[in-house]
Design a protein around this ligand. Structure first.
Ligand SMILES: *[C@@H]1O[C@H](CO)[C@@H](O)[C@H](O)[C@H]1NC(C)=O
Ligand SMILES: *[C@@H]1O[C@H](CO)[C@@H](O)[C@H](O)[C@H]1NC(C)=O
Length: 449
């Protein structure tokens, strides 16, 4: 500790930055969780070890000096803070990103992107611009991609989750869908980066079967087997009507119309993470350094105006501890609507999806837990009902057509998976079966016994 104080003292005083203040920041943010309030602070051993290492020390110094300097600016639009990212080198920080825009994707977007609206209703636009929308309560809690470049899957899932959740009661539980399914199954680069629409395209070609992130858990690494079929469908009743995504348009104005329309609402977006973004704490973020390409996926989940500055409400995938509870406000309507803050609105898109909740999904936490733990309904049933509750015919357990699955008689030798009789091998609320219709993966049994 004395070594650290000396180090901080010698170098930071020379730059006119108060090392006491910086050291206090470091102690506040990296203190030992067991540290008792009121005593002199103590850094966690990880943090103090990291700070002893030259690369991390340099990173912390750079970030701390940035925070100190930024927060002293006049007309401050946003407040910066020391946080868990402050100790990271550029290389470590880049692992929290992971957007890979290939030339093929760029060309596809050029083709798909609609022309800017030609007729603009000025009154409507002004009304919308002055208003406020916020869809955060239709999304599951903020997630965390960790040190895996999988931002693209988080961006894809949040826009999809909104579509699945938008008709649910706002104070109820929300469906959360699996990022890992996209990392494992799409054949993209996993933690090495990708583009959000790869998830939708894959879903479109796989019966729109998407597991909940409460069942198909996030691992944050590449190279795992695709296991979607081990889990019930988290978005039962919905289907992707096309591969890829619907691109909204290039200007802030078109995106405003889309976000204000609660049928579209949440958008998957690409941004450039520039200097200072990682240390955002509150206010309306804006940067003059977004002159490069996009490198991170986030979501627009609403908009408003704070202290006279219009902003987009943006959801990130860096945990709840980052930013404003995991969210950031990014400046909206910069330069007469044409230059979008760090490209935020440029690639905005959402999934092609239709349908409605059929009550059979396993997407919310409690539905997913029921699937995992089971409540044992009709586990012993060995009857011959071969139709589902809506009158669909059951698929044979030994068949993989039309639905390929892992509930095989060999895999579940004690569950009586004979012919196409309804059974409950996995703790559903009652016996069920896969159906012979490719558009309906599975359903509960016709008869509740
Ligand atoms: C982007 O994706 C392409 C195609 O999968 C791959 O060849 C390329 O190496 C990736 N680029 C980066 C920077 O990850
Ligand atoms: C369903 O069960 C009934 C009664 O056991 C049987 O007559 C019928 O052939 C079965 N249908 C199919 C498609 O298996």
């Amino acid at each position: 500790m004395i070594f650290l104080l000396t180090l901080l003292g010698c170098c930071w005083l020379a730059q006119g930055v108060s090392y006491r203040k910086l050291y206090k920041d470091a102690v506040i943010h990296f203190k030992d969780p067991d540290f008792e309030a009121g005593k002199s602070g103590q850094l966690t051993s990880t943090a103090s070890n990291l700070l002893r290492d030259t690369a991390h020390y340099k990173a912390f110094k750079k970030n701390a000096v940035f925070v100190e300097k930024h927060n002293r600016e006049d007309n401050l639009k946003w407040v910066a803070t020391i946080n868990e990212f402050s100790l990271e080198t550029d290389e470590e920080f880049s692992r929290h990103l992971g957007l890979n825009m290939t030339r093929e994707i760029d060309e596809e977007i050029q083709l798909l992107q609609r022309k800017k609206r030609s007729t603009v209703d000025i009154t409507l636009r002004e009304e919308l611009e002055a208003g406020e929308v916020d869809y955060r309560s239709y999304l599951p809690p903020i997630k965390n991609q960790g040190g895996c470049g999988s931002c693209w899957t988080f961006g894809a899932m949040a826009a999809l989750e909104y579509q699945i959740n938008k008709d649910r009661p706002v104070d109820g539980e929300m469906v959360a869908l699996s990022e890992e399914q996209c990392v494992d199954c799409t054949g993209s680069n996993g933690c090495g980066g990708g583009w959000p629409t790869a998830c939708y395209t894959w879903g479109h070609y796989h019966y729109s079967h998407w597991a909940s992130s409460y069942n198909y858990l996030y691992e944050g690494r590449s190279g795992l087997k695709c296991r979607y079929d081990d889990y019930k469908d988290g978005m039962s009743g919905f289907k992707f009507t096309k591969p890829s995504g619907q691109y909204v348009a290039k200007s802030d104005e078109d995106v405003l119309y889309a976000v204000a329309d609660n049928r579209i609402g949440v958008l998957s977006c690409a941004i450039q993470v520039a200097d200072g973004f990682g240390s955002y704490s509150s206010g309306v973020y804006s940067s003059e350094n977004c002159n490069g390409g996009v490198n991170h996926a986030v979501n627009i989940v609403g908009y408003g105006t704070l202290n006279g500055v219009p902003y987009w409400k943006v959801r990130n995938s860096w945990g709840r501890g980052w930013g404003d509870g995991g969210y950031i406000n990014m400046e909206r309507g910069v330069n007469g609507n044409n230059l979008n803050m760090c490209h935020l609105t440029q690639y905005a898109h959402y999934p092609y999806i239709e349908g409605s909740d059929d009550g059979q999904g396993s997407g919310t936490e409690s539905e997913a837990m029921r699937f995992e733990c089971g409540d044992g309904g009709q586990v012993e049933y060995r009857g011959e009902v071969n139709q589902t509750v809506s009158g669909r015919t059951c698929q044979k357990w030994s068949s993989q057509d039309p639905h390929s699955h892992s509930r095989t008689p060999e895999g579940y030798p004690y569950s009586g998976l004979e012919k196409n009789f309804c059974r409950n091998p996995d703790g559903e609320s009652s016996a069920w079966c896969y159906t012979t219709e490719s558009s309906k993966r599975w359903e509960l049994s016709r008869t509740v016994l």
